[in-house]
Design a protein around this ligand. Structure first.
Ligand code: GDG
Length: 472
């Protein structure tokens, strides 16, 4: 069996349960093949301490059968690669937010420099029959850089975030370079059919690629296989967490604390793509229009801190804080706070209990690759008395989960009425929806995702081996 090499910007120690379903699933396949996981160490080295652009010390750690190898980044590289191009250009544009993109010309050089650094460090560790799986928008050109160093292994790429339509993508200076870089992969995976169709449209119209059928495209002397591989969660892990003492304790505490209330829950990284201010406005509308929700509906919103060194994130923090304050100020009573907002990370073991104690989950991103919270909420429900998922039609998950109450998060009144419908939904309908949702979530779980992607990569036609890669 070939060894699996996973490359992602950040790594998680697969032995720790806090690592989450994705890390656990990757760890499983990595363990089976005695694999290697490579990425950034999380450490930034200042120029005064010898941090030089394009250079970084390496660290190796053994986690059971899995080898974790990481590299440090200089402050200059972190600024242009991570804060600049990855999170200041690609993240907003791929989430359709051209207004938030900062197209500083210097960023792309840093982005390329770090991808070259990763390639230079990784290439000598590779074996001829390794299978390499590269993750997410930080590392789009990594395969091209590896190919330029003579690596002919199978290489797959998975984009965790959405891919926008060609005209939005085309706003990125260097968009043609980015998409050309995708042709260095053997397989490119997207979260949804709609992301995949944007890729097809782009390569057809902008790159004049030849459609070879069955998802295969030929351009730049290379053939790439593209498809949708919607990511899932580890349903069994969630069931175990729900039944574990910490999960049960959390559930019972919430039930006790809110015995006279109807709990709504939101769990998100504090990111502008998650539509948090829009969600708060919809909740305010619900309270304004439905007096019977007063003294009852209580929204617990966890907004875990994220990328606080990117400026667009502090704006969203202030907007959210002010909305929560005004809702509590205008509607709250001495013994009832409509919104409980926490700008903190909650321990992973407690999430299932919180989800299970809630009657409604609000998962209303403006745009999201998939959104795992939607799936985690359903997986944690009591089948006899399940809660209702209110889901944005703009989350990748909506394609797979039409039995949720789908909403347009930009439509405040429409979202408020759907939340009200969710709060009042009869048990029989809740059960029907839950069963249909659960069936999909179980069938397309994280193991299905891993296996299907790696199987496609293993079977991708290897006719390109040895073709000289057009230098970027
Ligand atoms: C990207 C794409 C795609 C959140 N707050 C806490 C916490 N979380 C956990 C959730 C969930 C995960 O983080 C978030 O996953 P999402 O899918 O919602 O979103 P992103 O972080 O934006 O991830 C996304 C995903 O990649 C996978 O491909 O679905 O579309 O944007 O697991 O539970 N976990 C803990 N405490 C928190 O406070 N422990």
């Amino acid at each position: 069996m070939s060894r699996l090499v996973v490359v992602s910007n950040r790594l998680a120690d697969p032995r720790k349960t806090a690592a989450g379903g994705l890390a656990v699933a990757l760890a499983e396949v990595l363990s089976n093949t005695g694999g290697l996981w490579f990425g950034w160490s999380g450490k930034i080295v200042e120029a005064a301490d010898g941090g030089v652009a394009g250079e970084g010390a390496m660290h190796t750690q053994q986690a059971g059968p899995v080898k974790l190898v990481t590299v440090d980044l200089s402050r200059e590289d972190h600024n242009s690669f991570y804060l600049g191009y990855s999170n200041g250009v690609l993240w907003p544009v791929f989430h359709y937010r051209l207004d938030l993109a900062d197209f500083d010309a210097g960023y792309i050089a840093g982005y390329r420099r770090v991808n070259q650094l990763f390639a230079r460090k990784l290439a000598p560790m590779l074996r001829e029959d390794d299978i390499i799986w590269i993750h997410d928008y930080h590392l789009i050109p990594l395969a091209a850089e590896l190919r330029a160093l003579g690596c002919n292994q199978r290489i797959g790429f998975f984009l965790h975030i959405p891919l926008p339509p060609p005209l939005i993508l085309a706003a990125i200076p260097g968009h043609d370079w980015l998409i050309r870089a995708l042709f260095a992969y053997d397989v490119v995976g997207f979260q949804s059919k709609s992301d995949h169709s944007h890729f097809c449209e782009y390569v057809q119209t902008e790159a004049h690629a030849q459609n070879l059928g069955e998802g295969r495209w030929r351009a730049f002397n290379r053939t790439v296989q593209a498809g949708a591989f919607p990511i899932g969660i580890d349903v069994d892990e969630f069931n175990t967490l729900t039944e574990a003492p910490e999960g049960r304790e959390m559930y019972e505490r919430m039930k006790r604390e809110y015995s006279r209330r109807k709990l709504l829950v939101g769990v998100d990284r504090l990111d502008y793509s998650k539509g948090l201010p829009q969600r708060m406005r919809a909740f305010r509308e619900l309270l304004a229009r439905n007096p019977e929700t007063h003294n009852s509906a209580t929204l617990i919103q966890i907004a875990s801190p994220s990328r606080e060194d990117v400026s667009a994130y502090s704006d969203i923090l202030h907007e959210l804080e002010s909305l929560c304050g005004s809702i509590n100020g205008n509607f709250g009573e001495l013994d009832w706070m409509p919104v409980r907002y926490m700008h903190r990370t909650v321990a992973r073991a407690r999430l299932p209990g919180l989800y299970r104690a809630s009657s409604v989950a609000l998962v209303t991103p403006l745009r999201d690759g998939m959104n795992l919270v939607a799936k985690e909420f359903i997986a944690s429900q009591n089948p006899e008395n399940p809660g209702v998922l209110v889901l944005s039609r703009f989350a990748g998950a909506a394609e797979q989960l039409p039995e949720a109450l789908l909403v347009n998060p930009y439509d405040t009144e429409g979202t408020a009425s759907s939340i009200n419908m969710a709060l009042q939904m009869p048990l029989e309908e809740r059960r029907e929806r839950y069963e249909a949702l659960m069936k999909t979530i179980r069938r397309y779980d994280v193991h299905w995702w891993c296996d299907t992607f790696l199987d496609t990569l293993a079977k991708a036609k290897a006719e390109e081996t040895g073709t000289p890669w057009l230098r970027l």
